[in-house]
Design a protein around this ligand. Structure first.
Ligand SMILES: C[S@@+](CC[C@H](N)C(=O)[O-])C[C@H]1O[C@@H](n2cnc3c(N)ncnc32)[C@H](O)[C@@H]1O
Length: 170
């Protein structure tokens, strides 16, 4: 891996009020440095430190994905509450947009282990892996290519057994 490679991190947030609240939140002194970074990201929508660049898109993630024209993403951190709370960010249609912007070698990580979420990814051609680590509860890694070091879930079997659930649709 080329350690001089630029690392570009894109984050999306639809709730402007939440961002405003973070600007006045009384962080403990120990967070001083992080608070300055966070305020810069919220105020300028960008923070650069050496090879690291963080960009904030304020708006709907789906608009961001539909309009994305940049390089393909290597890692997607899927941290969107839950399918019950934000169904638009866990559906087959959503993961179709994610697939379009991901590199073939990329991975998507999520804390969700729900079969409907995994089926929504699987329907878009993702292979589904269980990820477990000491002291951390099980999560999911989805990838377009094989990852031999991880345990692949037999999604075809889950798809056939509809008692396991259906993919989530818009
Ligand atoms: C679980 S939180 C993620 C928090 C963030 N990853 C962090 O660690 O601070 C989910 C966030 O998604 C935002 N959200 C919900 N629907 C969205 C959408 N359609 N587009 C962008 N952000 C959305 C919510 O306002 C909420 O702040």
């Amino acid at each position: 891996m080329n350690s001089n490679k630029e690392v570009n991190i894109y984050s999306t947030e639809i709730d402007r009020n939440l961002l405003n609240k973070l600007l006045i939140f009384p962080y403990p002194a120990i967070f001083k440095d992080l608070k300055e970074i966070l305020h810069k990201i919220i105020n300028d929508n960008v923070y650069i430190n050496g090879k690291f660049k963080v960009k904030l898109y304020i708006g709907d993630t789906r608009d961001f994905l539909e309009n994305w024209k940049g390089e393909k993403f290597d890692i997607v951190y899927q941290d969107a509450f839950s399918p019950q709370k934000s169904p638009k960010l866990w559906s087959v249609e959503y993961f179709r947009l994610i697939r379009k912007v991901m590199s073939y070698d990329g991975i998507l990580t999520t804390y969700s282990t729900s079969t409907p979420v995994r089926l929504s990814l699987y329907e878009n051609g993702f292979k589904i892996y269980s990820y477990k680590h000491e002291k951390v509860r099980e999560g999911t890694i989805a990838s377009l290519r094989n990852i031999n070091s991880l345990l692949e879930i037999d999604m075809e079997q889950k798809r056939i057994l509809s008692s396991k659930g259906e993919p989530i649709r818009d």
